[in-house]
Design a protein. Sequence first.
Length: 250
Amino acid sequence: MPKSIFKQFRSPYGIYVPKYTARNRWAIGDIHGCARTFEALLHEIDLQKEDQLFLLGDYINKGPDSLGVLDQIILLQKNGYQIHPIRGNHEQIFLDFYEKKRAAQKHKKTFNLRKKMLVPELIGEDDLPIPRYLKFIQKLPYYCETADFFTVHTNFNFRSKKPFHETESMLYSLDFKVDRDWVGEKVVLHGHMPYDLEDIMQEVEGRNPSINLDNGCVLALQKGKYRPGIGNLCALNLDSYELVVQRNVD
Ligand SMILES: [Mn+2]
């Protein structure tokens, strides 16, 4: 019997999300500041309050409107939508800079946070992060678990004695193999590494133990031209396995 059957809340880093009476359950890959594309995709899947939406991290950086993405997620949650975001390495980078800034202040050293920060717009007048964004990012869990899948930005380190405690791997691992001893029949949904749309479709159709939903939305244009196979934001229906693909409109 898989270990995951025995213990659902197995670390302080993740949360368990029961299905309740969710109508549709969706997962969306790396948004990276593509606020308009995110909005278009939500419209396309006709997200309702009865649905559950799982987000796979990396809401900020690279794209044109990181704050717009965070604002949408925060507003949807406030309005009673069932949104379950997790932490990506870009949210962690933001927190790390903030912690460094605090440490520097403590030792009365100067540290130009604004220059180093990848998302300067997350910083307020006083050079500190705007509280509502900071609070949102600090609270992001590293993974979610449901009755039939996990969401994690990259993957768990299954070689570790405690895969669900190794947060570094959850943000940066590039090994997407899963270990059935730990996850049982549950599918691991992740992002982080832009895959060609064909490869994503293959993982979905093949019902792979691990499915990547990052199609490099923010990488849509190269020298002003659309790149084939790359540059969409993808939503996967976690019950029907329908893949909804939204072209970058940012
Ligand atoms: Mn990433």
